[in-house]
Design a binder for this molecule. Sequence first.
Ligand code: SAM
Ligand code: SF4
Length: 347
Amino acid sequence: MWGMSETAQRLELRDRHGRVARDLRVSLTDRCSLRCTYCMPADGMEWLATADVLSDAEVVRLIRIAVERLGVEEVRFTGGEPLLRRSLEEIVAATAGLRTARGAAPATSLTTNGLGLSRRAPGLRAAGLDRVNISLDAIDPERYRTIARRDRVRDVIDGIDAAQAAGLAPVKVNTVLMRGVNEDQAVPLLRFALARGIQLRFIEQMPLGPRHTWDRRDFVSAPEILALLGAHFRLTAVARDSVAAPAALWRVEPADGLPGGTVGVIASVSRPFCAACDRTRLTADGQLRTCLFARTETDLRTPLRSGASDEEIALIWAEATWAKPAGHGIDDAGFVPPDRTMSAIGG
Ligand code: SAM
Ligand code: SF4
């Protein structure tokens, strides 16, 4: 029989396709301060009941189990909008204070729409947050308002500046391009990012928004994005330093008085990186998802609330991971998107 510490060291989040998850995405809320068209309907969202959402102590316990017992090395907070969680700083501090079995602190990061970040960036940095990804789909205020359904682009830019000033590094900006909506924003966004020394990353739109908002013929693919940028900038492919890194990186030569930099393109749909996926996900209501596109979830909240030990929860997590699907299956004939949309899963 293994002793408890030996068992803890031997468990990891391995699946039957040979992948090991070390990157935990934690959704802290399904609510949001924006209503981006590709992510949420304008109204009529059904929110999780407060009692169903994990408390701070519960979410920190699950993160601790993942880091101490299951080999997780990186924790990213997301949502919905994670800045709506008032205790985010405390959750970050508790996470940054954890140590893996090898004695290292987990890397911590945040994916946010940036609203309110200008006030909170210094506190988050002080709490131990390492990095931040900020979503920005247009630099033109009117275009931003059309997509996000809120007139807030100035707040996002202030948030980006505050994150840089606070020493959250690197700051990355994420953009989803949609045909006929914001393709013309690709070049201005890259100019904006180069001027600030920020890495911009384009993410292909995935079928995870409100029903009927995604069409294979309509999403702007990685080759199209590169063609749009290539018409204005000289781009050279950068060799990948990690197979699990989803973004293909391109070096951008200095132009128009702007410094050079790098730009990323995340081809989740046209060139899936599922074979190298190292992610595991927790929803705000304590459900484990092995894949963004999974149609099944594993309930960790019930065992958590009914007295299960850390070891028992770790075993449930590891066992569920074994069945992680090989890929998202968007190209399969019978593809059915998950019941929850991106904001409720945690992007
Ligand atoms: N509210 C935060 C934000 O917007 O960054 C965090 C949650 S959001 C769901 C995380 C990321 O998912 C954002 O960069 C957003 O643009 C992206 N996203 C949302 N719906 C998407 C979709 N259908 N396809 C691709 N990316 C999507
Ligand atoms: Fe909110 Fe982020 Fe979804 Fe936009 S992408 S609606 S900011 S969760």
